[in-house]
Design a protein around this ligand. Structure first.
Ligand SMILES: [Fe+2]
Length: 550
C-alpha cells in the first residue's frame, strides 16, 4: 500500500517540478569573507609549494576561457549518417577560476561540449554546467571551494577547515552541494543529467538549435539526500535507472532504483568496512554489482604521511558484492573476493547459468596523485587492462581472466545490451592515465593473443583506430544504426572528440564500428579546441524531442 501511496504523490508532483529544484545559492560577501580569504592566503603562502607546475591546467588540459554559443554549418569531411541525428555531448573539467593552490584533474567546473547533428549538418556549442559552486565563485570572482588537489598533508587538513569555516560563517552556501557536474552525462525520464559523483544530478535542457541550458538540480522530490554516482545504469528493456552514492560517513554506500517514470525508490544501505571511492558499478537482468576496492578515504593518513586524501592499499583484496537488484535491504548480498585492484569503469555485466559475469578495466598500483600536479607521461606503474570476472552464485567462488595488455579504459558497448550478454567492447587506448591515443574494438567471443606488448589487431582485438602522432581523443560512444537488438550488435558508428596537438585544432570523428576502418566516415572541424575531458553520451533525436518539453 505504501508504494501505491508514494506513486500517487509522485504523479501529482510530476506535473510540476519533476523532482527538480532551482539552484539559487545565497553566498555572502563582506568583512568576514575577506578575513577568511586573508587567512587562506597566509596558509597558502607558508604551506603550499607554488613552484609546482599545474600540468592539468596546461596544453590541451587547460580550460577554454569562454563558452561557445551554437556555431552552425561546420565543415564536414565525409558524411554524417542519418542515425547520428541527435546531439553528441561530452563533459569535462574546465575551471572558470584559477586555483588558489593545488589542482587535480577532477576539480574543474563541468563544461559540456555538444555537437548537434541534423540531416548531415553539424553545430557546435559549449556551455558550463551551472552548478551552485560555479554560481558562487562567479559571485566572488574567484576560486572559493576546496579542491581535491589541495587535500594533501597538513595543508590539506587546513584547506578542509577553510571550506568548513566558509560554510559555517555562511560565506559559502553548501545547501545545494559542492559538485562540479564535470564527469558524465546520462539521459533518463525525459532529462539529460550532468553528473559528478560527490553531488546530485544537474538537469540540462537541449534547445532547438542544439544549445545547452542548466535547469536545476534533481532531488527526486526530496527522496535523494546523498551523492549520486556519475555512472548510473539505465536498463534498456525496463527503462529503469539504477544508481548509488558513496559517502565518508556510514552508510558508506547507498543503492537506489529509479522507475521508468522517474520515481526514486527507498534507499538500500550497503555495509562495507571503510569509506572508499566507488566510481562505477554494474547491473545484470537480476542483480546489481558493487565494487568494494581498497581506495580508502583516509584523512588521518593524509596529514600523517602527507598523502592525497584517497589512498590505495595494495595489500587488500578486492571485494565484489552481488545483490538482487530489487532488494529492499542488503540481506541477500553475496560478497566475492579477488586479488587486489582498482577499477574506474566497467564495460558491462550479465548472467550465465550460475555465474554473474563482469567485463571491466582493471588497474594495479593505482595512484590518484597521477592526475594532480605533475604528470607521468609514460605508462610507469599504470597498467589498465580489460578483464572478465566471474562470480559463481552457487559456489560463492570468483575468478578472473585477463583479456588485454595495457592500457585501455572508458569502455563502452552498444547500450541496447546493458545488463545482457553481448560481444563487443569499445575502449580508449591510453598512453598515460589521461591521454587517449586510439580507439580499440574487442570481440569477447575471441581469445586474447599471447605475447602482445601493446594493443594491436589480432586475437580478441578486432580493430584499432590509431589517432596518429600528436593526436589525442576522448571516450568513444557507440551509436547503433538501428536502435534495439534485432540488428547486428556492432552495426553502427563510434563518435568521439579528437585534438591535434600539432595544429592546436579539435574535431569530432565518426568511424565505422563494424570495420574500424582507419578512414573516418566523417570528420567535423570545430571552431576552437576542445580540452581533454571525461565521459560522452549520444542524445538521440527522439530524446531531444522529450527534452524540448522541459
Ligand atoms: Fe568515470
Amino acid at each position: 500500500m505504501a508504494e501505491i501511496g508514494e506513486k500517487v504523490k509522485y504523479d501529482e508532483k510530476k506535473k510540476g517540478s519533476g523532482g527538480m529544484v532551482e539552484v539559487n545559492p545565497k553566498p555572502k560577501k563582506g568583512v568576514t569573507s575577506k578575513v577568511v580569504d586573508y587567512i587562506e592566503k597566509l596558509i597558502v603562502k607558508f604551506m603550499y609549494d607554488s613552484s609546482q607546475p599545474h600540468h592539468y591546467l596546461s596544453g590541451n588540459f587547460a580550460p577554454v576561457p569562454d563558452e561557445t554559443p551554437p556555431v552552425t554549418d561546420l565543415p564536414v569531411v565525409g558524411h554524417l549518417p542519418d542515425c547520428l541525428n541527435g546531439e553528441f555531448v561530452r563533459v569535462g573539467p574546465n575551471p572558470k577560476f584559477a586555483p588558489v593552490a593545488g589542482y587535480h584533474w577532477f576539480d574543474g567546473d563541468g563544461m559540456v561540449h555538444g555537437m548537434r547533428i541534423k540531416n548531415g549538418k553539424a553545430t557546435y556549442v559549449s556551455r558550463y554546467v551551472r552548478t551552485s559552486k560555479l554560481k558562487q565563485e562567479e559571485y566572488f570572482g574567484g576560486s572559493k571551494f576546496m579542491k581535491i588537489g589541495d587535500l594533501k598533508g597538513l595543508f590539506g587538513l587546513l584547506m578542509v577547515n577553510m571550506q568548513m569555516l566558509r560554510a559555517k560563517l555562511k560565506i559559502l552556501d553548501v545547501s545545494y552541494g559542492t559538485g562540479t557536474g564535470n564527469t558524465a552525462l546520462v539521459y533518463h525520464h525525459g532529462k539529460l543529467l550532468a553528473l559528478s559523483e560527490a553531488d546530485k544530478p544537474y538537469v540540462l535542457k537541449v534547445l532547438e538549435d542544439g544549445d545547452l541550458q542548466t535547469l536545476g538540480m534533481l532531488d527526486y522530490d526530496k527522496r535523494l539526500a546523498h551523492s549520486f554516482t556519475a555512472h548510473p545504469k539505465v536498463d534498456p528493456f525496463t527503462g529503469e535507472m539504477f544508481t548509488f552514492g558513496y559517502s565518508h560517513t556510514p552508510p558508506y554506500i547507498t543503492y537506489r532504483v529509479i522507475s521508468k517514470d522517474g520515481f526514486m525508490h527507498d534507499p538500500v544501505p550497503i555495509t562495507i568496512s571503510d569509506p572508499i571511492m566507488m566510481h562505477d558499478f554494474a547491473i545484470t537482468e537480476n542483480y546489481a554489482i558493487f565494487m568494494d576496492l581498497p581506495l580508502y578515504f583516509r584523512p588521518k593518513e593524509m596529514v600523517k604521511d602527507s598523502k592525497l586524501i584517497f589512498t590505495f592499499d595494495a595489500t587488500k583484496k578486492s571485494r565484489f558484492g552481488v545483490l538482487p537488484r530489487y532488494a529492499k535491504n542488503e540481506l541477500q548480498i553475496r560478497w566475492f573476493e579477488l586479488p587486489n585492484c582498482f577499477i574506474f569503469h566497467n564495460a558491462n555485466a550479465w548472467e550465465e547459468q550460475d555465474e554473474v559475469v563482469l567485463v571491466t578495466c582493471r588497474l594495479e598500483n593505482l595512484d590518484l596523485d597521477m592526475v594532480s600536479g605533475t604528470v607521468k607521461e609514460n605508462l610507469e606503474n599504470f597498467g589498465n587492462e580489460l578483464y572478465e570476472m566471474r562470480f559463481n552464485m552457487k559456489t560463492g567462488l570468483a575468478s578472473q581472466k585477463k583479456l588485454s595488455v595495457p592500457s585501455v579504459d572508458f569502455p563502452r558497448i552498444n547500450e541496447c545490451y546493458t545488463g545482457r550478454k553481448q560481444r563487443y567492447v569499445y575502449g580508449t587506448i591510453l598512453d598515460s592515465i589521461a591521454k587517449v591515443t586510439g580507439i580499440v574494438k574487442f570481440d569477447l567471443h575471441a581469445e586474447p593473443e599471447e605475447g602482445k606488448k601493446k594493443i594491436e589487431v589480432g586475437g580478441n582485438v578486432k580493430g584499432v583506430f590509431d589517432l596518429g602522432p600528436g593526436r589525442f581523443g576522448s571516450e568513444a560512444v557507440f551509436v547503433p544504426r538501428e536502435p534495439g537488438i534485432m540488428s547486428e550488435e556492432d552495426d553502427g558508428y563510434l563518435i568521439f572528440f579528437v585534438h591535434d596537438e600539432n595544429t592546436g585544432k579539435s574535431a569530432v570523428n565518426v568511424i565505422d564500428a563494424k570495420n574500424m576502418s582507419s578512414d573516418p566516415v566523417a570528420v567535423v572541424e570545430l571552431p576552437h579546441r576542445v580540452p581533454y575531458g571525461f565521459h560522452a553520451f549520444f542524445v538521440t533525436e527522439e530524446q531531444l524531442q522529450e527534452l524540448a518539453k522541459l
